[in-house]
Design a binder for this molecule. Structure first.
Ligand code: NDP
Ligand code: 8X3
Length: 206
């Protein structure tokens, strides 16, 4: 039975992935995110289908990432599949107008957070000489659009890291791949527009 860790399981793509895997079958799931009450609700919902545990940490906090992973119960410690999904866009502004806080958030979460989570898990995958990493990139990691600047840069970095991980880890029996979605109606735009639901839903019109 494979153990799968999904970052950003409290909403959107990560939540749907956890629900899908729980219904598909033979997995142990580790669901992660900052919103503890959502993690509790999700584990309660899925625990009759699947062996599940949760980790509550901010991917920006490298000490918390390490401490959380070390706290996993023994039967969840050997992670077979890592789904690097946690991430968001913060703001949508011309490059000359963007805020440093938004830029920090996107680089710290989408890029550095992905690295912080990956490092200890790669270490344990190397010991087994097996594993599978799936990085959630974006079409924004392949193209750039007006006002997308730093979000697109962060997702281009995910695309580069995905290729780099594959080159470096494949010879150790670790498979690495990416999914690069286009528009998906999740909480993504609500986060990007700082809670403005009307503006967020207009993104998906049509
Ligand atoms: P959501 O906003 O619905 O979900 C984002 C998830 O990431 C949440 O579970 C959130 O959990 C988690 N997260 C965000 N920041 C942090 C943090 N600092 N530490 C830990 N977890 C964090 O968005 P999506 O589901 O749409 O996004 C998931 C991934 O898909 C992202 O990487 C995004 O870039 C990518 N993507 C999305 C597309 C879209 O159109 N929606 C298209 C292409 C790619 P919590 O807040 O509880 O910490
Ligand atoms: C999310 C898709 O087009 O909003 O990565 O950047 S987009």
């Amino acid at each position: 039975m494979k153990t799968v860790l999904i970052t950003g399981s409290t909403s959107g793509i990560g939540l749907a992935t956890a629900q899908k895997l729980a219904h598909e079958g033979d997995f142990k799931l580790i669901v992660c995110g900052r919103r503890k009450e959502r993690l509790t609700k999700l584990t309660n919902q899925l625990k009759s289908n699947v062996k599940i545990t949760s980790l509550n940490f901010d991917v920006r906090d490298k000490k918390a990432v390490i401490k959380s992973l070390e706290s996993l119960p023994n039967d969840f410690k050997a992670i077979d599949v890592l789904i690097n999904n946690a991430g968001n866009a913060h703001g949508l502004d011309y490059i000359q107008d963007g805020s440093l806080e938004d830029w920090d958030a996107m680089i710290d979460i989408n890029v550095k957070g992905l690295l912080y989570v990956s490092k200890p898990i790669i270490k344990s995958m190397l010991k087994k000489q097996s594993g599978h990493i799936i990085n959630i990139g974006s079409t924004a990691g392949k193209e750039v659009y007006p006002k997308g600047n730093v979000y697109c840069a962060s997702k281009h970095a995910v695309d580069a890291l995905n290729q780099a991980m594959r080159i470096d880890l494949n010879k150790h029996g670790i498979r690495v791949g990416a999914i690069n979605p286009g528009l998906v109606e999740t909480e993504f735009s609500e986060v990007r527009f700082k809670g403005d639901r009307q503006r967020a839903s207009s993104v998906y019109e049509g």
